[in-house]
Design a binder for this molecule. Structure first.
Ligand code: FAD
Length: 401
């Protein structure tokens, strides 16, 4: 088999890998670069199966990578959409407290959003909430006028076009099977060609820990797949205008089932967050024994199961019971009826759990010899992708020989 040589190879053709390729191409125009993607198209996994929300950056701890890169990334994402004719809608969002007990958490979120400098954030009363979303049941709410929606699959397709137009390559159906260090370079065995590269970036999403291990790293973390299931709202359901979210549980890095307007005009409700039995477990019945073995033999899994068992038991129940899913949604929009819902698609989030069983709260990006590994890039990484790409290009400029 022929060996191809590149200055930079990126594993993973999701939105983070593609945005990183664009940033590196802009920073090092003379370097040859390839993106290796195991599927026959880009954006096949998380990037093509999400809610499509360009988050404003309210939820994230001030000073964290998530806060910084989401806020900067949202601005850059809107600019990218405008420049590349990708549709977007700055439709705004409500975060709704439906009981008095939720108010302290709502106020904490509001303070966090203000500390993050989110423009236009308002704490509003029930009347104003009903002007924005006439069918919602709010005791009080946060209004975020700058939250927007797009289709990250279309964003990724536009990024892929731009990479090719600037001389980069994208090799599809090229699963990286093994990595060896040879004479200062990396030698990648792939399902297509043999690849040698001088610098390597790992943006493999649900498989990022495995790709890091192929490089000889020993990250102590485990990537867990959390499936998010959606229902769609029928076209005659006129109960939602834009985006309605509950007050998120601060113990859990997911936002709770919510209503989302899609850029194509439809509406979705979800996603929940159920531990999947396979890293690409889009359905309940998908089981991968290799993935389960990796979970069950990692101490972090058992510590996580112990810590969050009550939340996961409820998520599993709500996944199996349509009634329970409807009940959660009716807290936000009481008039919603079972007939308004139809089973929709799903996506699987890659979420790092530490040895101590904690679900990592921030993005994790680590450097090793001439390599950078993106180990934890769950939501809002689609929003933040361009800022993450720029951050990685900065690291590369500093640390690559
Ligand atoms: C249900 C759900 C809802 C979400 N909602 C939002 C939202 O509204 N807003 C937001 O900002 N974020 C959201 N997210 C998060 C967002 O989708 C992800 O953070 C983002 O897509 C991560 O991109 P990525 O490129 O890291 O991963 P991915 O898109 O998963 O890409 C990784 C790529 O690597 C490839 N790969 C893996 N292993 C190999 C290998 N060995 N060789 C070659 N290729 C390989 C995979 O095939 C894949 O294409 C959501 C996620 C989910 C699942």
């Amino acid at each position: 088999m022929n060996t191809k040589f590149y200055d930079i190879a990126i594993v993973g053709g999701g939105i983070v890998g593609l945005a990183t390729a664009l940033a590196l191409k802009a920073r090092f125009p003379r370097y040859s670069l390839t993106v290796l993607e195991k599927e026959s198209e880009v954006a096949h996994h998380q990037t093509g199966h999400n809610s499509g929300v360009i988050h404003a950056g309210i939820y994230y701890k001030p000073g964290s990578y998530k806060a910084k890169l989401c806020i900067e990334g949202a601005r850059l994402m809107l600019e990218f959409c405008r420049e590349n004719s990708v549709p977007y809608d700055r439709c705004g969002k409500l975060i709704v407290a439906t009981t008095a007990e939720e108010l302290p958490r709502l106020h904490n979120l509001y303070e966090r959003g203000r500390a993050n400098g989110i423009a236009g954030l308002e704490l509003i009363d029930p009347e104003r909430a009903r002007e924005i979303e006439p069918h919602t049941n709010a005791v009080q709410a946060i209004y975020s006028p700058d939250t927007a929606i797009t289709d990250f699959g279309q964003v990724a397709a536009a990024m892929a076009r731009n990479i090719r137009n600037t001389g980069g390559e994208i090799l599809l159906s090229s699963r990286v099977l093994g990595i060896r260090g040879t004479g200062g370079d990396y030698h990648l065995e792939t399902a297509g060609a043999d690849i040698r590269c001088r610098r390597l970036i790992n943006c493999a999403g649900l498989h990022a820990d495995r790709v890091a291990r192929m490089m000889g790293l020993h990250p102590e973390i485990l990537l867990l797949p959390f499936r998010g299931e959606y229902y769609t709202l029928g076209p005659e359901c006129r109960l939602v205008r834009n985006l309605i979210y509950p007050v998120a549980d601060p113990q859990f890095p997911f936002l709770g089932v919510h209503f989302t307007k899609k850029i194509d005009g439809g509406y979705e409700a979800g996603p929940n967050a159920v531990l999947a039995f396979a890293r690409e477990g889009y359905r309940f019945g998908n089981v991968c024994w290799k993935d389960l073995a990796a979970m069950f033999t990692h101490p972090g899994f058992w510590a996580m199961a112990w810590r969050y068992w009550h939340i996961q038991a409820y998520e599993l129940y709500r996944s199996l019971s349509r009634r329970a899913f409807l009940n959660a949604l009716q807290k936000l929009v009481p008039e919603l009826q079972d007939r308004d819902l139809a089973r929709g698609g799903s996506g699987v989030r890659a979420q790092v759990v530490t040895r101590e069983g904690l679900l990592a709260d921030d993005f994790i990006i680590v450097e090793s010899h001439n390599a950078i590994n993106v180990l934890n890039a769950p939501s809002p990484a689609a929003t933040a992708s361009i800022a993450i790409g720029n951050y990685i290009a900065d690291l590369a400029a500093k640390h690559f020989e």
